[in-house]
Design a protein around this ligand. Sequence first.
Ligand code: NAD
Length: 356
Amino acid sequence: MKIAILPGDGIGPEIVAEAVKVLNVLDLPFETESALVGGAAYEAYGHPLPEATLKLAKDADAVLFGAVGDWKYDTLDRPLRPEQAILGLRKNLGLFANFRPAICYEQLTHASSLKPELVAGLDILIIRELTGDIYFGQPRGRRIATDGHFPGSEEAFDTMRYSRPEIERIAHVAFQAARKRSKRVTSVDKANVLETFQFWKDVVTEVGRQYPDVALDHMYVDNAAMQLVKAPKKFDVVVTGNMFGDILSDAAAMLTGSIGMLPSASLNEKNQGLYEPSHGSAPDIAGKGVANPLATILSAAMMLRFSLNQPDAAARIEKAVDQVLSQGLRTPDIYSEGTIRVGTVEMGDAVVKALA
Ligand code: NAD
């Protein structure tokens, strides 16, 4: 098994180092190789995703990714900005399925903006289609309108589109994931207004007939947003398109309290995947030794489960994280009175110790 390690920028190298430390004590047969990505790669090679980094990622069974970006690169031409590296990796590796679990640990319920009883024990999985929809649909651009409400004025436009195979493959991913959980899928759409999402609903319904053991329901995206903050525990697996998934997964993330706790996985058809925390490079705290490494450590656990076929090792990591939280250890983002404040390295060390 080969893991490509791409730490990136900001807090990326600090949190990835802790995840690698955790992986190394598991005594599993894998090799790792690191490469620069994002702003760090731009500084060294003039490009955020150099050929050698892309090749390393393509040849690996899995990629463990930190985060990229810094405000100092915001004036660069768009193709040279650090964030382009993620888009390039998604595209080149065909990573169409994004998994974002939103789990609220009992020990952290008070950190949520919702009442503890609404989020205690929350465990939902948002599956977002990642390579289609209005984010990638062509044509797009700016032009002078020839019709509409203001003919002759400047306008901008994008194209929302989904093909049958794109919807079928993400639907299969969702139903199969639900089989390993409580066997419920909610497909989120806007079928009442958008042709693309009426088609989405029809195709998901058809695929669902192949999974009679999984209950499928459909929800409009506006209602889904409302239900997420009203009664989030109603959901199990949520499957949706790229744009709705982008928005709903961030809302779901905040239900759990801190973005520093949330892992993610993006998979292709061969189960090769890119694993990264849901947060960014946090330049405001980079180098201070205070970043929460748990989202990255939990991403490494997802990597073991989904791409490296090591479910037992994944479960061991998740249990160790639960244990350090029960011991009261907290990085500043999840700290509250009565708990023990620790830094990035101490948190990683504690997970290693819990594993032992
Ligand atoms: P961010 O997620 O980096 O930070 C938002 C806030 O959360 C900050 O206050 C930060 O200190 C805090 N935070 C984030 N991760 C944390 C952790 N592990 N522990 C403790 N606190 C944490 O989002 P932002 O500030 O909007 O973006 C910063 C940079 O990251 C930008 O350049 C952006 O483009 C980039 N970004 C990258 C990715 C990615 O690499 N996948 C994702 C989102 C944003």
